[in-house]
Design a binder for this molecule. Structure first.
Ligand code: AMP
Length: 346
């Protein structure tokens, strides 16, 4: 399916008399609903029956209204438009809805073209290259010489990734399956999350607004995080990278200017490639012992690491603790008031 014309979305927006925020009940939905509540914006949760009890159980973070669906992949587009809703895409949303998101006739916060770049690894590499990021080397099986990480298409949250050390091991373990082979970077993983705003005066200036650093997290992965215990106990288990949670971190302060530059460069290159990105995004990085920063992925929407609500950088920027969910509500409200929703919604 092709991407819906921007004009059509502008047409839908022109009929909006109020503002509401909708998302699928998963990933960072509680934070998005809490943020909408804090900003006094009506919120809508797209939810399956089996999840209702859970999402109703948080009085301060549940949505004001539920739209119950059979599958989270079925976004009830007409009901959302009838409620003047802007959809906030998150990681699970992007995963469940997939390419259907391109053609969805409902306004989406940000630029849906950015999610096409997130979905397609080759597009993602071209974007990271244009942003001047240092990227781990991609290899053919015959080029494997040392630690390499093997990533399978559609693998989510690191599930099923493998480590190989030689071409021989690659063919034995992976065979002819389609996979991306990448140099394994040894270092500390750090996931800075940003917010691009067309109104903000804080953060670093970009070609089309300002980019704020909201926080940094690290993913807590099973079993990578705890493998030392198994090894110390005499076990010989393969490393795995299934994300089970996130923890906030603060960076050595002298690294932060580089992270700000990375955020700005990603925004500026997105402007050149597909008209710019708006709202939350994240760059997944690994910092080596020489303090080189490698970037291996861009998430062009809110990431689950923002669920750790207390990040000092958001507080340094806004003078109080502002979650990414609250920041989304603020930006959308300001755009609605200034009749500029068209600029940050597609
Ligand atoms: P991804 O699905 O690309 O976000 O990767 C999932 C996890 O795999 C990351 O959080 C890292 O722990 C690990 N990982 C991915 N790429 C690399 C790499 N090039 N070097 C080392 N670890 C990596």
């Amino acid at each position: 399916m092709g991407i819906i014309e921007k004009k059509k979305i502008e047409g839908i927006l022109s009929g909006y008399k109020k503002l509401s925020i909708a998302t699928v009940c998963s990933h960072s939905a509680l934070q998005i609903f809490q943020g909408a509540r804090q900003g006094k914006v009506h919120s809508i949760g797209i939810c399956t029956k089996d999840r209702l009890e859970f999402y109703k159980s948080f009085p301060h973070a549940r949505p004001d209204e539920f739209l119950v669906v059979d599958s989270l992949a079925d976004v009830p587009v007409e009901e959302l438009v009838a409620r003047d809703a802007i959809v906030v895409p998150h990681g699970s949303f992007v995963e469940y809805v997939g390419e259907k998101l391109d053609g969805m006739a409902v306004p989406v916060f940000g630029n849906r073209r950015s999610l096409q770049f997130e979905r397609d690894r080759m597009k993602m590499f071209s974007w990271m290259g244009k942003a001047g990021l240092r990227i781990p080397k991609t290899m053919k099986p015959e080029e494997i010489n040392g630690l390499a990480i093997v990533k399978f298409p559609g693998a989510k949250g690191g599930m099923g990734y493998m480590i190989v050390k030689s071409e021989k091991e690659y063919w034995e373990k992976v065979g002819k399956k389609k996979a991306l082979i990448q140099e394994f970077i040894v270092g500390v993983r750090a996931y800075p999350h940003y917010f691009h705003s067309i109104f903000s005066e804080a953060g670093y200036k970009t070609a089309y607004g300002h980019v704020e650093l909201m926080g940094v997290d690290r993913r807590v992965e099973s079993n990578a995080e705890e493998i030392a215990r198994a090894v110390a106990a005499g076990g010989n288990v393969p490393l795995s990278f299934t994300v089970v949670g996130n923890a906030s971190m603060v960076m050595r302060e002298s690294l932060l200017p580089s992270f700000m530059d990375i955020g700005r460069n990603v925004c500026n290159s997105s402007k050149e490639l597909f008209g710019g990105m708006h709202g939350p995004f994240c760059v997944e990085t690994i910092v080596t012992e020489d303090l080189d920063i490698y970037a291996f992925e861009i998430s062009a929407r809110i990431v689950a690491g923002t669920n750790v609500l207390h990040h000092p950088y958001a507080e340094f920027t806004h003078g109080e603790m502002v979650s990414t969910g609250k920041r989304i509500a603020q930006e959308l409200k300001e755009a609605f008031r200034k009749k500029k929703l068209n600029e940050i919604v597609y």
